[in-house]
Design a protein around this ligand. Structure first.
Ligand code: SF4
Length: 356
């Protein structure tokens, strides 16, 4: 099969295979991929609305036993600069966020085995009392809660759901391919467990996103494997609300010392385009402007992305890795307009709050 054959298949609205995905990643023409992904995106979003969310990202603890080699955020529990936020401290952060007009709090933390199960339930139930929507945890944290409480994943989700959890971020995925995970995060849950936890969440009506962190030791085959894993689960459950890819940041972590390649804007845009093409069962593909900068975020809207992600008020994990992104609602809206689209603020589950 030639590249032209694959392009024709995509033009005809056919689903491409994993092997074809690898071909696109290896040999796909940059502008052709953008054109194809842009057309697919337009079919799904003909009103040319591009959304984003006013978001804060709160990390409740930096104590973590997983010690992933790409992570600059975690601390060992004996380190001097560890922290764990009390429920009261979290409530006060949420209050501050509320004053700034933030609509959603993305709440995640390290895998801290000393936190009791009740901490997570209290976190959700107390914070859900505010007007800020609680979008919390990730599959590795759910796995830890299951171990601490000795409850099944289903029971943990059911408890969290009763406490007020309605959606969960798709963190802890990195690359869902075992040869990579076993090297960069051997103590974290494996691919099978990540997918199993997501499936349980979806079965209980808890929508999640799916993420991917690329640009380190993974191959094109690993990226295709990752995309295939989430596309297959989406076929089964339909529970993923969006896909978000961001590139690995090398600063202040072990993996950064081993990785020589650097992800360019073109590399990033190619991943956005191939994701839009391959993930034919996803409505929303996010351009993580916080990861690659606003200019690339703007171009990504012509490479298959229909969402600009978060306007972050607090972001500790990437800040620890030497990367800080800041913007304002006005600036993001003007970027979207400049690219030829209509900006709108949205909720976590992609409902429009306001056109700007
Ligand atoms: S990425 Fe998450 S699980 Fe891995 S070390 Fe950092 S905080 Fe822990």
């Amino acid at each position: 099969m030639t590249m032209i054959d694959i392009y024709n298949e995509i033009e005809n609205g056919e689903r491409i295979s994993k092997v074809e995905c690898i071909e696109l990643l290896k040999k796909g023409d940059f502008l052709k991929l953008g054109e194809l992904a842009g057309k697919i995106c337009f079919k799904k979003h003909p009103k040319r609305v591009v959304t984003f969310i006013l978001d804060t990202n709160i990390n409740y603890t930096n104590v973590c036993y997983a010690r992933c080699s790409f992570c600059a955020f975690y601390r060992n529990k004996t380190d001097k600069d560890t922290y764990t936020l009390s429920i009261d401290e979290l409530k006060s952060k949420i209050k501050d966020a509320e004053k700034k007009g933030v609509t959603t709090a993305l709440i995640q933390g390290g895998l801290n085995p000393d936190l009791p199960y009740s901490y997570y339930l209290d976190l959700v139930s107390e914070l859900s009392k505010s007007s800020v929507y609680v979008h919390a945890f990730s599959p590795p944290e759910i796995d830890l809660m299951s171990k601490i409480s000795k409850k099944s994943i289903k029971e943990v989700f059911s408890d969290l759901n009763q406490a007020g959890l309605k959606t969960m971020p798709g963190g802890g995925a990195e690359i869902l391919s075992e040869p990579v995970r076993s090297k960069i995060s051997p103590k974290k849950i494996n691919t099978e467990r990540w997918l199993e936890i997501m499936e349980e969440a979806h079965n209980l009506g808890i929508k999640t996103t799916a993420t991917m962190m690329f640009g380190h030791i993974e191959t094109d085959e690993d990226i295709a494997e990752h995309l295939e894993n989430i596309r297959s689960l989406q076929d089964k459950t339909g529970g993923f609300s969006a896909f978000i890819a961001w590139d690995f940041k090398k600063e202040n972590n072990e993996l950064g010392k081993q990785v020589t390649k650097t992800v360019s804007g073109i590399d990033y845009l190619k991943i956005v385009a191939v994701s839009r093409i391959y993930l034919d069962n996803f409505d929303n593909i996010q351009a993580s402007w916080a990861s690659q900068g606003k200019d690339v975020g703007e171009v990504a809207l012509h490479f298959g992305a229909n969402d600009m992600g978060s306007m972050l008020v607090e972001e500790n994990v990437m800040r620890q890795a030497g990367f800080r992104a800041e913007s304002t609602t006005k600036e993001i809206a003007s970027i979207i307009k400049k690219a030829g689209f209509k900006p709108a603020l949205r909720t976590t589950d992609y409902k429009i709050i306001d056109y700007l």
